[in-house]
Design a protein around this ligand. Structure first.
Ligand SMILES: Nc1ncnc2c1ncn2[C@@H]1O[C@H](COP(=O)(O)OP(=O)(O)OP(=O)(O)O)[C@@H](O)[C@H]1O
Ligand SMILES: [Mg+2]
Length: 1075
C-alpha cells in the first residue's frame, strides 16, 4: 500500500514559505538558511520552487528519487524540483494542458542545471522505445552543443550561459516526446572580442584549441597556444575542473547525435577558426594627402589565412577594412576608415559572425529535433533565462535583461493571480481583492511604443544628425522625467538633483526588484549593432557556403537600403512573442538562488541571498499567494491528516469528507473567519491556524503513539503471558500424565500381584473343590457302576446263558485268527522259499491257499523291484529258457542253476581269436561245440559264435571261420527230450547256406545256445521266429541225404556223455545215458 505522506511531515523550517509566520524578509531568509544548512535546497512558495545552488552534488537526483516522486501529489513529499517536473508532466499528459517551466535567477544560481534536471526527469518518466529514446537523446544532447558555443566562464559562474534559452519540448497524446524547438535570446556577443578580467571567451574556442587533433588544427591553420590569439584572454584560459579537450570530444559526439553532418561540423569549426584569425588582424595608420589617417592591415598573414579558410578574396576584405561605402540619396560615396574605425569594423564583424553562427546552430539543431508528426502536440516549454542583473556598472545588456525579467514578473503576477482567482471561482469562495504591486507600469516605461525607453532609443538611433549616448539621455530626461519609476539627475526639476549616487551619465529605473542604475554609454551603439555593408558584402563573396548563408544581406542583388532592425527592437519583439507563448501555457516557476559568491558549498551569505530574494520578488510572491488564503487542501487529505483531533472523526469518518472537516474544525474551535469551505478544498487563511492544527496533531500523534505503544505492550505481554500459560499447562499436563502413569504402573503391578495371589488362592480353592467333586463323582460312579452292575447283572442274569454261546464263539474265532496270522509271520521274503505253514484249521482252506498265492506274488514283485536292467535281461533269458525247455527236455533242470555266461571263450581277451573277433560283429555267445561228423557220428571240436545276425563255426585251433550262416537262413532247431547236448541247426531249403546241409552239433551249454537263438528270433523284427522242435527223432539234411537222428536211452557204458553212431545211410543213433 502506498503510504500517504505530506509535505508537513518532518519539515525543516517550513517547506512552503506560504506557511511562514511571521512573514518578512528576515524570517524568509532564516528559513532558507535553516533548510540550506540541512541540505534542503528546495523550498516551495505554493507551487513555485525556490532552488538554492548547493555547489556540490547531492544524492537527491538518483533513479530511486525519480521513482519516489513519480506520480505523487505535489505536496505529498518534501519539496523537490522533481515534484514540480512531475506535476507539470502529469498535467500535460493527463489534462492536456500545455506547460511552461520558467527558471530564473542570477548568474550561477543554477538555472541551467535546473533545466537539465527537469528535462532528465521528464525523459526518465516518459515512455520508452527505440524512436522515443532517440528523440530524448537528441533533445538532451542539444545542451552540450549550445553550452559550448553559448556558455563561458565568468566571474560568477564557470559555465555561465551567455544567452537566453527557451525550449519547447513536444509530446504526443501518450506523453512520449516527439521533438522540440529551441529559441535563443540575446547572445552576449561582445564577449567574442573582449572579456572582463578573469573571464573567458566562449568555451568552444578553448575546446577547439585543446581538443582538436593536430591534423584538424593544421587544416584550420590554428596553433594550440591560446596566447597567440588576441580574442582569447590569457589570465583564465584554463579553468579548474574544466577539461576543454574532453569537452570538445563530448561536443563533437553530441553534434553527431543531434544530426550534424561531418561537413557541417567542419564548416562550423572553420568559422570559429576564422574568428580567431580575425581577432589577430591589426591595423596601422597611413597618412593620406587630405590629412586624414587611413587604416592599413599591419601584418597580412592572418588576413591571408582567414581569407583562405573562408574562400574570400584577400583584397576585398582588405579594402573593406580601409573604406566604407556610404549611400545617401541614391549616391554612393566611399569614405576611408581610420584605425579605430577599422578595429570597430573588425570587432563588429567578429561579433556578428559569431552571433549569426550561434543562431544558425540553433536553427540547425531545431531542424534535427523538430517533431516529425504533424498531429497536435502537447508542449512543455523550459525557459532558462538570465535573472535580474544589478551590477555596479549596468549597460545596455542589463537594461534589456532586466526588461525581460520585468515582463516575466508581469506574466507571473498575471498568471498567479489568474490561477488564484480561477481556483476561488472553481471552489466557490468569495473573491477578496488582493493587494500587490503590479509592475505593468515599469514595463510600460520601457516598452511603450510612443514614449517608452526602447522606442526613444530607436528613435535616436534612426534620427539623422549627430547621435550620441548623451543626446539619448537628454531625450529620456525630457520624456520620462515624470515617470515615477524613472530617476535622472539631469532632469531640470528633478528631485534627484542632489542625489550623488546618481551620476550625470546615468539614469535609474525602479524595477519591481529594486533600483538599477544604468550608464548610457554604448546604448546607441549597441542598439544599432552596425556592421558596415562592405563587410557583409565581402563575407557574402566568400566561397564558404555557410559563410554566405550567414550574411544574406551582403547579396548585391538584394541591396536593402532600409536599416536593419535595432537590437532593442528585435529583443522587444522576441520577448513579445515569448510572452504570448507563455501566456497560453500553464506556468511552473523555479526561482534559483545562489548562496554565495565564492562558488563553494556550505556557505550561506545572508546579504547576497537577501539581495536575490528581493529582486526575485519572492516575499512579494508569498504575499500574493497568501493574499486570500494561505493554505488549501482537498477535504479528503485534510480529514485524513487531522481526523485524530476530533472524537467524531476518529478513527474513521463515515460520510462525505467535507462534512467531516466541518465537524472537525468546529470541534477544534477554529474561528470561522480563519477558514472557508470550497467545493473540494478547505481554505485556511492564516498559516498560524494550520500550525495550531499541526501542533495539536503532533500532540495527538504522541498520544496515539503512546496508545499504540500501550496496546502493543499490553498485547505483547498478554501474548507472552498466554504463551507462558499455555506452556505451563502443557508442562503440567505432561508432568501429571507422567506422575499418574507412574502411580498407575505401581497400582497396576500391585493389583496384579494381589490379583495373582487371590486368583491362585481362588484357583486352589476351586481345584480343591473340583478334586473333591471329582473324587465324589468317581466314588459315585464307582458306586453307581457297581450298583448298576449289580442291577444289570441282576437284570441280565436271566438273559446271560442265551447269549453267552455266540459271544464265546466270536471271541474264540477272533483269538484263532489272531494266532493264525501271527503264525504266518515266520515265512521269509525269498521267492524261492516254498515253505508255507500248514493250514491249522480246515475252515481256512480257501483263504490259506489264496493268501499263499497273494503273498508269493507280492513277494516276487518286491523281489523284481530290486532288479537292475542287466539282471533283468539275464532273468528274462532264463525265463525264456524255462518257457522253451521246462518239462520238455531232461537237460533243462540242470541248467537252471547255471548262469548264462555267453562268452565262454573270452574271445575278446584271447589273442588267439583276434582275427575271428575282428571278422564278426558283436558276439552274443562263444562256445566250444562238437560238430558231429556226418559219416561216422564222431564229434570234432569247433568254435561256435553267435551274433545278432548269424552264427559262425570256426576252427578251434586256428580260429578260421568254417561256416558263417545268416540267422534268417536258419529254419529251425531240433533237440531231444533227453539230457544230452545235441542239437541240429536246420537251414531253410533253398537258402544260400542250405547247400552245405544242416549242422548237428553238441554243446554243454545247449540250453543257453538255443535260448539265445530263440531270443534273437523273437527280438528281430525282420525274421520269423525260430522253431524249436523237441523230440527224440528228427530229420537232418546232410547234403543230398536226409538222415534221421534218433535218441535212445542207453546204458552208461560210455560214461556220462551221450554217444553218436551212424547206423546206416538214413539213421544216426544217439544213445543217451539214462539218468
Ligand atoms: N542542483 C545542483 N546541484 C549541484 N550543483 C549545482 C546545482 N545547481 C547548480 N550547481 C552548480 O552551480 C553551477 C552554476 O549553475 P548554472 O550553470 O546552472 O547556473 P546558471 O543559473 O545557469 O548561471 P548562468 O546564468 O550564468 O547561466 C553549476 O556549474 C554547478 O556546479
Ligand atoms: Mg546557465
Amino acid at each position: 500500500m502506498e503510504v500517504k505522506t505530506s509535505l508537513l511531515d518532518n519539515m525543516i523550517g517550513v517547506g512552503d514559505m506560504v506557511l511562514l509566520e511571521p512573514l518578512n524578509e528576515d524570517s524568509f531568509i532564516v528559513n532558507l538558511r535553516n533548510r540550506f544548512d540541512h541540505n534542503e535546497i528546495y523550498t516551495y512558495i505554493g507551487s513555485v520552487v525556490i532552488s538554492m545552488n548547493p555547489y556540490r552534488s547531492l544524492p537527491i537526483y538518483t533513479p530511486q528519487k525519480v521513482e519516489e516522486y513519480r506520480n505523487r501529489n505535489f505536496y505529498e513529499l518534501s519539496p523537490h524540483i522533481y515534484a514540480l517536473a512531475d506535476e507539470a508532466y502529469r498535467s500535460l499528459r493527463d489534462q492536456d494542458k500545455d506547460q511552461c517551466i520558467l527558471i530564473t535567477g542570477e548568474s550561477g544560481a543554477g538555472k541551467t542545471e535546473a533545466s537539465k534536471l527537469v528535462m532528465s526527469y521528464v525523459a526518465a518518466v516518459c515512455g520508452k522505445g527505440q524512436e522515443v529514446n532517440k528523440v530524448k537523446e537528441q533533445l538532451l544532447q542539444s545542451n552540450p552543443v549550445l553550452e559550448a558555443f553559448g556558455n563561458a566562464k565568468t566571474m560568477r559562474n564557470d559555465n555561465s550561459s551567455r544567452f537566453g534559452k527557451y525550449m519547447d519540448i513536444e509530446f504526443d497524446f501518450k506523453g512520449d516526446p516527439l521533438g522540440g524547438v529551441i529559441s535563443n535570446y540575446l547572445l552576449e556577443k561582445s564577449r567574442v572580442c573582449k572579456q572582463p578580467r578573469g573571464e573567458r571567451n566562449f568555451h568552444i574556442f578553448y575546446q577547439l584549441l585543446s581538443g582538436a587533433s593536430d591534423d584538424t588544427l593544421m587544416k584550420l591553420k590554428l596553433d594550440r597556444d591560446f596566447s597567440k590569439y588576441n580574442y582569447l584572454s590569457l589570465d583564465s584560459a584554463n579553468v579548474n575542473g574544466l577539461d576543454d579537450a574532453a569537452s570538445f570530444r563530448t561536443v563533437r559526439n553530441a553534434m553527431q547525435i543531434v544530426g550534424f553532418m561531418e561537413a557541417e561540423v567542419q564548416s562550423v569549426l572553420e568559422l570559429v577558426a576564422a574568428i580567431l584569425k580575425l581577432g589577430n588582424i591589426e591595423f596601422k595608420p597611413e597618412s593620406r594627402v587630405n590629412g586624414f589617417d587611413e587604416s592599413r592591415v599591419k601584418d597580412k598573414n592572418d588576413l591571408k589565412e582567414m581569407c583562405e579558410l573562408l574562400g574570400i578574396e584577400q583584397s576585398v576584405l582588405e579594402r573593406a577594412f580601409s573604406y566604407r561605402t556610404v549611400e545617401a540619396k541614391m549616391e554612393k560615396m566611399s569614405t576611408t576608415l581610420n584605425v579605430a574605425q577599422a578595429y570597430y569594423a573588425r570587432d563588429a564583424l567578429a561579433k556578428n559572425l559569431y552571433s549569426r553562427l550561434f543562431s544558425w546552430l540553433v536553427t540547425r539543431i531545431n531542424e534535427s529535433i523538430k517533431a516529425q508528426a504533424k498531429t497536435r502536440h502537447k508542449v512543455m516549454g523550459v525557459l532558462d533565462i538570465y535573472g535580474f542583473e544589478i551590477f555596479e556598472d549596468n549597460s545596455f545588456e542589463q537594461f534589456i535583461i532586466n526588461y525581460c525579467n520585468e515582463k516575466l514578473q508581469q506574466i507571473f503576477i498575471e498568471l498567479t493571480l489568474r490561477e488564484e482567482q480561477e481556483e476561488y471561482i472553481r471552489e466557490d469562495i468569495e473573491w477578496t481583492n488582493i493587494e500587490y504591486f503590479n509592475n505593468a507600469v515599469i514595463c510600460d516605461l520601457i516598452e511603450n511604443n510612443q514614449n517608452g525607453i526602447l522606442a526613444m532609443l530607436d528613435e535616436e538611433c534612426l534620427r539623422p544628425g549627430t547621435v550620441t549616448d548623451d543626446t539619448f539621455l537628454d531625450k529620456l530626461n525630457t520624456i520620462c522625467a515624470e515617470h515615477q519609476h524613472f530617476e535622472s539627475r539631469l532632469n531640470k526639476n528633478s528631485k534627484f538633483l542632489t542625489d550623488h549616487s546618481l551620476p550625470h551619465s546615468c539614469f535609474r529605473i525602479q524595477h519591481y526588484a529594486g533600483k538599477v542604475l544604468y550608464r548610457v554609454e554604448g546604448f546607441v551603439d549597441k542598439n544599432n549593432d552596425l556592421l558596415y555593408r562592405d563587410l557583409s558584402q565581402a563575407m557574402y563573396k566568400a566561397t564558404h557556403s555557410l559563410m554566405r548563408q550567414l550574411f544574406p544581406e551582403g547579396n548585391p542583388a538584394k541591396v536593402n537600403l532600409k536599416r536593419p532592425p535595432t537590437a532593442g527592437f528585435q529583443f522587444k519583439a522576441s520577448v513579445g512573442v515569448l510572452m504570448k507563448n507563455l501566456q497560453t501555457k500553464n506556468p511552473n516557476y523555479i526561482r534559483c538562488i545562489k548562496p554565495n559568491d565564492k562558488k563553494v558549498a556550505h556557505i550561506f551569505t545572508d546579504s547576497l541571498v537577501c539581495h536575490q530574494v528581493r529582486y526575485l520578488g519572492l516575499v512579494e510572491n508569498v504575499r500574493v499567494r497568501r493574499a486570500g488564503y494561505a493554505f488549501r487542501q482537498p477535504y479528503e487529505s485534510c480529514l485524513e491528516r487531522y481526523k485524530m483531533l476530533c472524537k467524531k472523526t476518529w478513527p474513521q469518518w463515515r460520510g462525505p469528507a467535507r462534512d467531516g472537516v466541518v465537524v472537525l474544525l468546529t470541534d477544534c474551535s477554529v474561528p470561522t473567519e480563519e477558514f472557508a469551505y470550497g467545493r473540494s478544498k478547505i481554505f485556511i487563511r492564516n498559516p498560524r491556524t494550520l500550525f495550531t492544527l499541526e501542533e495539536r496533531r503532533r500532540a495527538c500523534l504522541e498520544d496515539l503513539a503512546t496508545l499504540i505503544q500501550k496496546i502493543y505492550r499490553g498485547w505483547k505481554s498478554r501474548t507472552h503471558f498466554l504463551l507462558l500459560k499455555k506452556s505451563q499447562v502443557v508442562v503440567a499436563a505432561w508432568y501429571r500424565r507422567y506422575a499418574q502413569q507412574n502411580k498407575y504402573q505401581k497400582i497396576k503391578s500391585a493389583t496384579l500381584v494381589m490379583q495373582s495371589f487371590i486368583r491362585g488362592w481362588k484357583a486352589r480353592n476351586i481345584l480343591r473343590q473340583l478334586k473333591y467333586e471329582k473324587r465324589c463323582k468317581e466314588a459315585v460312579t464307582t458306586i453307581a457302576a457297581y450298583w448298576h452292575g449289580t442291577q444289570v447283572r441282576r437284570e441280565y442274569r436271566k438273559f446271560f446263558r442265551a447269549n453267552a454261546g455266540k459271544k464265546i464263539y466270536d471271541f474264540t474265532i477272533q483269538r484263532i485268527m489272531q494266532k493264525y496270522f501271527l503264525g504266518l509271520k515266520t515265512t521269509t521274503m525269498s521267492p524261492m522259499d516254498n515253505t508255507w505253514p500248514a493250514k491249522p484249521y480246515g475252515f481256512l482252506e480257501g483263504a490259506h491257499t489264496q493268501l499263499r498265492r497273494i503273498f508269493h506274488l507280492w513277494r516276487c514283485k518286491k523281489y523284481r523291484g530290486q532288479f537292475t536292467e542287466e539282471k533283468k535281461a539275464v532273468y528274462e533269458e532264463k525265463l525264456e529258457a524255462s518257457e522253451i525247455f521246462k518239462d520238455k527236455k531232461a537237460l533243462y533242470p540242470s541248467s537252471v542253476s547255471q548262469p548264462f555266461k555267453g562268452d565262454y571263450l573270452e574271445i575278446q581277451k584271447n589273442p588267439k581269436y583276434q582275427k575271428l573277433n575282428s571278422a564278426v560283429e558283436e558276439v552274443l555267445l562263444a562256445d566250444l561245440v562238437n560238430k558231429i561228423n556226418r559219416a561216422n557220428g564222431k564229434g570234432s571240436p569247433r568254435l561256435f559264435l553267435l551274433t545278432k545276425s548269424n552264427f559262425v563255426l570256426a576252427d578251434q585251433k586256428t580260429g578260421q571261420v568254417k561256416a558263417s550262416v545268416p540267422l534268417p537262413d536258419l529254419a529251425s532247431v531240433s533237440v531231444s527230450t533227453q539230457s544230452d547236448g545235441f542239437f541240429a541247426l536246420k537251414l531253410k531249403e533253398g537258402s544260400a547256406s542250405a547247400s552245405k546241409g544242416d549242422f548237428l552239433l553238441s554243446s554243454e551249454h545247449l540250453i543257453e545256445i538255443i535260448t539265445k537263438l530263440h531270443h534273437i528270433g523273437t527280438t528281430a523284427a525282420d525274421r520269423d521266429q525260430i522253431n524249436i522242435d523237441i523230440s527224440d527223432e528228427f530229420l537232418v539234411q546232410f547234403k543230398q541225404d536226409k538222415v534221421c537222428v534218433k535218441f535212445i536211452q542207453g546204458g552208461p557204458k560210455n560214461g556220462n556223455s551221450a554217444a553218436c553212431k551212424r547206423k546206416n545211410n538214413r539213421l544216426l543213433e544217439v544213445s543217451v545215458p539214462s539218468p
